[in-house]
Design a protein around this ligand. Structure first.
Ligand code: MG
Length: 262
């Protein structure tokens, strides 16, 4: 099931996305409004609205986004290093999250914004110290993410709080796909329709199981928390006016325009 979060007539709701649409379009898609929330047992209301009539919101509001760095060997190489032996995590704050169709606001303190297309894992239940064999039980589903990075600031500052945590630096969406084997999916990033990144999730150095075992050794994850699993090679610059799109096989396309921060 594809679960979207959206606003309609000033109200926020979750809905199951039904129907098929051409790539990059939402034409023909309909939302069946969910009674309740997707983190507990819920029912479909049967009340349907065309997706084109609503504003999509970030599919979840995470308490925290835990992002893993250098988890594809070719990307680690282009950054001038090797993939780490153990996973290493950093945070993106809840205020960095935006949805598909929202604008990435280019911050004034950077001259080098980069896209990083990533598979995002959405946590479905509160958990800690999750054993490998239980990892699948704590996952609600998967969505597309862009770990937008101020690369110049990342090089300059030892902690990445500003470089990777500024407002609008974590586009998520367009929805959460709950029925998906994430182990070998095509992951792609285009800028203004030109391909920049193309990889497969099977190229991850540390698997989704490794990442969730690693982070839950240290902290509790809450329903709606998001894990970013690293980016394939091909990261590169974004400019004001660009349209950046992350597409993951079996999920959909996350599209955002870059604007100057007002
Ligand atoms: Mg990243």
């Amino acid at each position: 099931m594809r679960i979207a979060r959206f606003s309609i007539d000033g109200n926020v709701a979750f809905g199951a996305v039904e129907g098929e649409s051409p790539p990059g379009s939402t034409d023909g898609l309909v939302l069946d409004i969910i009674k309740g929330i997707p983190f507990a047992d819920f029912e479909l209301s049967g009340t349907k609205v065309p997706l084109s009539k609503v504003r999509l919101l970030p599919p979840v509001l995470p308490n925290k986004v835990v992002a893993f760095g250098r988890n594809y060997a070719e990307h680690a190489k282009e950054m001038g290093g090797e993939a780490p032996d153990a996973p290493f995590a950093f945070f993106k704050p809840s205020t960095s999250v935006i949805g598909s169709g929202d604008a990435i606001a280019y911050p004034s303190f950077s001259q080098e914004l980069h896209h990083e297309a990533e598979l995002a894992v959405v946590i479905g239940r509160m958990c800690r110290e999750v054993p490998r064999e239980r990892v699948k039980d704590v996952i609600l589903g998967y969505t597309c993410a862009n770990d937008v990075t101020a690369r110049d600031v990342q090089r300059r500052e030892k902690q990445w709080a500003r470089a990777k945590g500024f407002d609008s630096s974590c586009p998520l969406g367009p929805w959460v796909e709950t029925d998906l084997d994430p182990s070998d999916l095509t992951i792609q990033c285009t800028v203004n329709g030109q391909q920049r990144q193309l990889g497969r999730t099977s190229e991850m150095v540390h698997s989704i199981e490794d990442l969730i075992v690693n982070i839950t050794e240290a902290m509790t994850l809450l329903p709606g928390d998001v894990i970013l699993t690293g980016t394939p090679a091909g990261v590169g610059p974004l400019s004001v006016g660009d349209e950046v799109a992350v597409t993951i096989e079996g999920i959909g396309t996350l599209t955002n325009k870059v604007i100057k921060r007002g």
